[in-house]
Design a protein around this ligand. Structure first.
Ligand code: DGY
Length: 322
């Protein structure tokens, strides 16, 4: 008799090719509503499953992990970030957690540059002006933005995505500075200037790109004091996690003109955003689409599946978080 296929609960609608492979290789339970599961619903739906394929929209807190049915042995997240999962609790419970690194590096770095240019060049204001038929005529002093070429870009977090941002920014002749847990090798650094102290780096940042993970250490890293230490007219970009920015402080600095502009793809309580952002013309806002290309989302799904395949074949998944 054929061995029973592992039972996987898939919490959100995934790309069609990924769902087809899941349906082929697993006893897959899909979420026809594509709603984010709250803790109670997730726990109820998890019963009778060997693994979860979840997204950052589902929180695996310590309480949820402890209450998971015993048959659930793996949680594969369809994301590189895993701050929605309490990793210590997962480890204590013996729950394997995997993520999807690498495959979303380029798309997220592209989004970072999109925000950097859009924020610097006041794309939101210009686009609205055209769309709302408020465009008078070409003006020598109209919609003047912040020049990018030759400016200093400070990258907080020089992992895969930070390095891909640096690679793109070199094309704009930006001077690359970075801060990271540890200094990179010269091959990876490629001339970028290392700052051991991230706060000190802010003092020279014409542009700040946040590309580090969300941890206790980075929680509200960009606060009022640190913003005050940045050069006047600097631009802040965040494609990592909203929790790294203290919203009130960023909004105050954008309102006062201390900072020229910001480009944000992520928010602390997304999809809810701090209402202060909505009124700011100098803030370019995106709905967490850093990795949202067809190619990348397919690749993320396949990567998550490769991890599940390895786990259920008794091999070590490539992307073990714990
Ligand atoms: C991730 O993978 O962590 C992203 O934020 C989702 O695109």
């Amino acid at each position: 008799m054929a061995e029973a296929r592992p039972r996987i609960l898939i919490t959100r609608k995934l790309p069609a090719k990924v769902e087809a492979r899941l349906a082929r290789d697993y006893a897959a339970t899909f979420n026809p509503q594509d709603t984010a599961y709250d803790a109670e619903t997730l726990l109820r739906a998890s019963a009778g499953h060997d693994g979860l394929l979840l997204c950052p929209t589902e929180k695996l807190s310590a309480d949820v992990i402890q209450a998971l049915p015993p048959e659930v042995r793996i949680a594969a997240t369809f994301s590189v970030g895993h701050d929605h999962i309490d990793i210590d609790a997962a480890q204590a419970r013996g729950l394997t957690v995997t993520n999807t690194p690498d495959v979303l590096t380029d798309a997220t770095a592209d989004t970072t540059l999109l925000l950097l240019l859009a924020a610097a060049r006041r794309a939101y204001e210009g686009e609205r002006m055209v769309r709302e038929d408020r465009w008078g005529r070409w003006e020598p002093t109209g919609l003047l933005g912040v020049h990018v070429t030759g400016k200093r870009l400070a990258i907080l977090g020089m992992g895969r995505i930070g390095r891909a941002v640096a690679q793109r920014a070199r094309g704009f002749d930006m001077e690359i500075h970075y801060s990271n847990r540890s200094r990179l090798s010269p091959e990876l650094e490629r001339g970028a200037i290392f700052h051991e102290d991230p706060t000190e780096m802010l003092g020279i940042a014409d542009f700040l790109s946040i590309n580090c993970p969300s941890t206790e250490e980075t929680h509200h890293f960009l606060n009022a004091e640190r913003i005050a230490s940045m050069p006047d007219g600097a631009v802040v970009i965040n494609t990592a996690r909203g929790t790294i920015v203290h919203d009130d402080s960023l909004i105050a600095a954008l309102t006062s003109g201390k900072l020229a502009a910001a480009g944000l793809d992520v928010f602390e309580n997304e999809p809810a955003i701090h209402p202060g952002y909505r009124d700011l013309a100098n803030c370019f806002l995106l709905p967490h689409i850093g990795s949202a290309t067809t190619e990348t989302r397919d690749a993320m799904g396949f990567r998550a599946l490769d991890n599940l395949d390895a786990f259920f074949a008794g091999r070590r998944p490539a992307d073990i978080v714990t």
